[in-house]
Ligand binder design. Sequence first.
Ligand code: HPA
Length: 234
Amino acid sequence: MARIGVFIGSAPLDVSNLESVGEVETPWGNAASPALRHQAGSNELFLLPRHGAQHEYAPHQINYRANIWLMHTLQVDYLVGTYTVGSVDPDLAVGQLVVPHQLIDYTWGRESTYDDVLRHAEFADPYDADLMQKLCDVDAAVYNGGVYGATQGPRLETSAEIVRMARDGCTLVGMTGMPEAALARELALRFAALCLVVNPAAGVGDEQIDLDEMRKIAAVGGQQMLALLERLSV
Ligand code: HPA
């Protein structure tokens, strides 16, 4: 039986009636919530809403260190960050699930290292290759590849920022992918990202970003992501 930690973002999941596990209080402050234990076949999923149970923390306010620490104390075998994202690459349609291979960090001012000791985590390949493949093996419709650009938020980007990100090589944009991945690496957790495209990024589509539409896509996609994780073969 594998223990799989899962960070849940803006795609809501129906996780009612699940047992809370893990200590919210950590040496790095409080995690956003306890984890919720969800038995799915031979997998034991530990779901943690990274924005808090009431979605009270904006991307720049999340205590990423405490959230990752809680997963570390639960001794998960794998850790998956789920994200709703905008598509910088116009070929990635709304509703598409993507497992990116790389990231670029545009965030600033976030607590992004466990600074109890000086750590220089090796991070050339930010995501765990084995876990990325496992996620893609569940469903051939998952797009395997691309680059996640992590922006500071909470505002959305300007069109010019998205043009720059495309030039940099980003195919997706989201606000919470970092420092999550780096902190997971510092604690040697096997970590990968599972993204759901909920809108074309600023200036990529013909239309303005519609927040209500994004929420609707996220609601459906969130269930799809959970179903995929339940079927993860590890
Ligand atoms: N930009 C940043 N974060 C996002 C977006 C976006 O367009 N869509 C969903 N999360």
